[in-house]
Design a protein. Structure first.
Lengths: 385, 72
């Protein structure tokens, strides 16, 4: 330090340093003397500026350290630290020359709470979704059994898309895949996924949508833990299958989605029936169809046979009745027959026109007439008087 | 997205109709004529559905343009 003291001692009033020179020198000394380092402390006086930069102080019982975390660094974090939060920060000690302030330019910030800021943000968003009823299982819509159109919201260059395509082609080639390419991680991913979800309403005949990505780091998956994305999933016009590609981590998107699949392939399988099974079902229906018609025909045949039997029986009965009536009638006829009377020796006289002659006056002399006796007719003539 | 064609006929609806035909045929409440008509319809539907399922055509994929999504 002796050298430093000498430096100041040597300066006269005339050769006074400018403020800028002092702060510049101080900055050089600080930056040369203190490396990038981790600091532990409690956040205090946190303030986010319009620019997105964060300003706060780190404190412990006896001291405090001014900190700035620029927007380009802090936007990787899910949540800003609340005052009082115990954190670790990684940063570069420096001098802020304009304000003559010693401070730490923070590059990384970790909460010491369980799960850190990510967890804090997640719990906050989850509570908000819960409050609005978006996590209610009763909200979940059933996924259609035989989809015609399946939208896929994912990164166009990711393996997830290939997996989905392969599964859908194998299981249910009738379905059409509508790819809605979107960024799934990094800057703007949240907005892009929300916009993709909002665009589902413009796809006609859409039955279901798969939203997802392959596995990634916790930060990579963060888009799907955003409250905004979760709300967009809940507002989607068709059932959403979430496949964020991490068996272990359930994202908010998974919680709000109508169905959660552990991987994109599993999502594709959940969205489609297996055509082999459907073909089996069709074969079964075909057999029932044939049996149905056959038994239907059998039934008609039986009924026809029965009708024929009934008809025959009815006819027989009727014939019998006729026979009876015929016999009775012929008995009566027989009893009334004039032939019976003729057999007893009577005869009936008829003129040429067949009129029965009953009185003497009807027999003028010389009249030719016919006499009907029991076994035939005899020509006759009235004798001349 | 105005250029997106209407979706293919619904397999679910076709299957529902076929199942209804089978049920009605099995219920024995029809006369033979109607049964025959239903049977013929059922067989035809079955054929069409089988054909759709066994066709080896690849899944049609339609990619929406980025401006359609409003993203990025």
């Amino acid at each position: 330090m002796g050298q430093g003291l000498d430096l100041f001692a040597a300066a006269s009033a005339e050769g006074a340093w400018s403020v800028a020179e002092v702060t510049r020198r101080a900055r050089a000394v600080v930056e040369a003397g203190l490396p990038l380092l981790w600091v532990r402390g409690e956040v205090s006086g946190f303030k986010r500026w319009q620019s997105g930069h964060w300003y706060f102080a780190l404190r412990d019982r006896t001291a405090q350290l001014r900190c700035v975390m620029f927007a380009r660094e802090n936007r990787r974090l899910p949540e800003s630290p609340a005052d009082g939060t115990q954190v670790f920060v990684f940063g570069r000690p420096t001098m802020w020359e304009e304000k003559g302030e010693f401070r730490l330019t923070v590059l990384e910030l970790l909460s010491t709470e369980a799960g850190g800021l990510w967890q804090v943000a997640l719990e906050k968003a989850k509570a908000a979704l819960l409050r609005d009823g978006l996590l209610d299982p009763a909200r979940k819509r059933p996924v259609p059994l035989y989809p015609r159109r399946i939208a896929v919201i994912t990164s166009p260059d990711a393996a997830a898309l290939g997996d989905i395509e392969a599964v859908v082609t194998r299981r249910w080639p009738l379905a059409e895949l509508v790819l809605i390419p979107t960024r799934v991680q990094g800057d703007g991913a949240e907005a892009a996924v929300c916009a993709a979800l909002a665009s589902l309403g413009r796809v006609p005949g859409l039955d279901v949508a798969i939203v997802g990505r392959g596995g990634g780091s916790k930060e990579d998956l963060w888009t799907f833990n955003s409250e905004r994305v979760a709300r967009a999933v809940a507002a989607a016009p068709v059932p959403i299958i979430s496949a964020v590609g991490h068996e272990a981590d359930v994202t908010l998107c998974d919680l709000v989605a109508d169905l959660r699949a552990p991987t994109p392939s599993a999502a594709a399988a959940a969205a489609t029936p297996d055509r082999v099974e459907v073909l089996e079902h069709l074969a079964h229906l075909g057999a029932r169809l044939s049996r149905g018609l056959a038994s239907r025909a059998d039934l008609v045949r039986e009924r026809l046979d029965r009708s024929l039997d009934d008809l025959e029986a009815a006819m027989a009965l009727r014939l019998e009745r006729y026979r009876h009536r015929l016999a009775a009638a012929s008995g009566q006829l027989d009893a009334l027959s004039p032939l019976k009377i003729l057999e007893r020796g009577y005869a009936v006289a008829r003129d040429g026109e067949g009129r029965v002659l009953r009185r003497v006056a009807q027999f003028p002399a010389g009249l030719r007439f016919r006499l009907r006796v029991s076994d035939g007719e005899v020509p006759a003539r009235v004798a001349d008087a | 997205m105005a250029d997106t064609p209407p979706p293919p006929p619904s397999f679910a609806k076709q299957l529902e109709r076929l199942e209804e035909i089978v049920r009605r045929l099995e219920s024995q409440e029809l006369d033979l004529d109607d049964s025959l008509k239903l049977f013929e319809e059922g067989v035809e539907r079955l054929r069409v559905m089988r054909e759709r399922l066994t066709a080896t055509e690849a899944t049609v994929k339609r990619v929406l343009r980025r401006e359609d999504t409003g993203g990025e």
